[in-house]
Design a binder for this molecule. Structure first.
Ligand SMILES: [Co+2]
Length: 322
């Protein structure tokens, strides 16, 4: 899950706009001749969100759930983890990775993002883990599902996945006191070549960010690596959403900025954080919808995101969410 690095003005989506787009999409749906056009303009709007799922007492929950805290408790500075903490992170991150793989195996044309959320929620509980987003700052679901023009924090709802969609599934779990965070963008059915390219470049951008990590590397090198990768492919990076330190807390320092900037702060062996750039085909300008979560591109262009939780090691970096 992504951290919002600057406060953004919430722009209210006007109801009339929603209705015009819905009518337009319904009209297009009756004509197979216009199917290609519909795909091209497949703009996602929030749908109906089902009631919040239960988590049994037997599952160990984070403090923000048990104590109903609105924010997560984190250390003031980037933390160097002990071997015991690193072992805890490894276990949790491997559960997050397996759930992401599980989610990817379920994705198909016609399924709703709510069905995907329910399946991952059940699988998460079966592993004895808590789905970290659930009730985090009031978030109502266990995963984030961000489709097409939704850049991140899409709330699973009753919208069915269409042939040609792309969907980012963001999974964070809490297990034995530690959080692990990962995401990937999946193709739904047969996806247009230009969108497949966007998805591939988004993966490369994340991996370029990971590749610069090592003790004494500056955190700002991640931003340079990611933005160079995106810009050389003709894409942009959403500046507002950043990666984050992670451990016994969901979000903590340092902020991992994915755009070029200058700062001297350095990585140290034992630090764990996420790298999760959001790559846009068009403008990186975003707005947050009325639900307070769903972030969309203002020009309705599509975006893709990949995320790993990583550990800085003596010789370089280890991806924990594999
Ligand atoms: Co994250």
């Amino acid at each position: 899950m992504t951290r919002l690095s600057v406060s953004l003005q919430v722009i209210q989506l006007q109801l009339c706009t929603i209705n015009i787009v819905k009518t337009f999409k319904r009209y297009l749906g009756i004509s197979s001749f216009l199917w290609g056009l519909q795909r091209k303009h497949n703009i996602v709007l929030p749908g109906k969100v089902s009631p919040t799922l239960e988590v049994p007492d037997s599952i160990f929950k984070p403090q923000y759930v048990t104590q109903k805290l609105s924010v997560t408790k984190a250390p003031p500075d980037a933390e160097v983890k002990s071997p015991k903490q690193i072992e805890g992170m490894r276990k949790t991150c491997s559960i997050a990775a397996s759930l992401l793989k599980f989610a990817g195996s379920l994705i198909k044309v016609g399924m709703t993002t709510d069905e995907l959320d329910k399946a991952v929620h059940a699988e998460c509980l079966s592993k004895g883990a808590y789905p970290s987003p659930l009730l985090y700052q009031g978030y109502p679901k266990s995963i984030c599902t961000s489709v097409n023009n939704v850049v991140c924090h899409g709330i699973p709802d009753d919208r069915r996945l269409l042939d040609g969609d792309i969907i980012c599934v963001d999974i964070t779990v809490f297990y034995d006191g530690y959080h692990g965070d990962t995401s990937a963008t999946f193709l739904v059915g047969s996806v247009a070549g230009e969108m497949c390219h966007l998805v591939e470049v988004a993966r490369q951008c994340r991996d370029a960010g990971i590749a610069v990590c090592r003790p004494k590397a500056r955190f700002s090198e991640i931003g340079w690596a990611v933005s160079n990768c995106a810009e050389s492919a003709g894409y942009s990076v959403v500046p507002e959403f950043c990666g984050h330190g992670i451990g016994e807390y969901f979000h903590g320092p340092p902020d991992i900025i994915h755009v070029a900037y200058d700062d001297d702060a350095e990585m140290e062996e034992g630090m764990t954080f996420t790298i999760e750039p959001i790559i846009c085909m068009g403008s990186p300008e975003i707005r947050i919808l009325q639900d307070g979560w769903t972030a969309v591109t203002t020009d309705n262009s599509w975006s893709a995101q990949f995320e790993h939780t990583v550990l800085v090691t003596r010789s370089g970096v280890e991806v924990l969410t594999t």
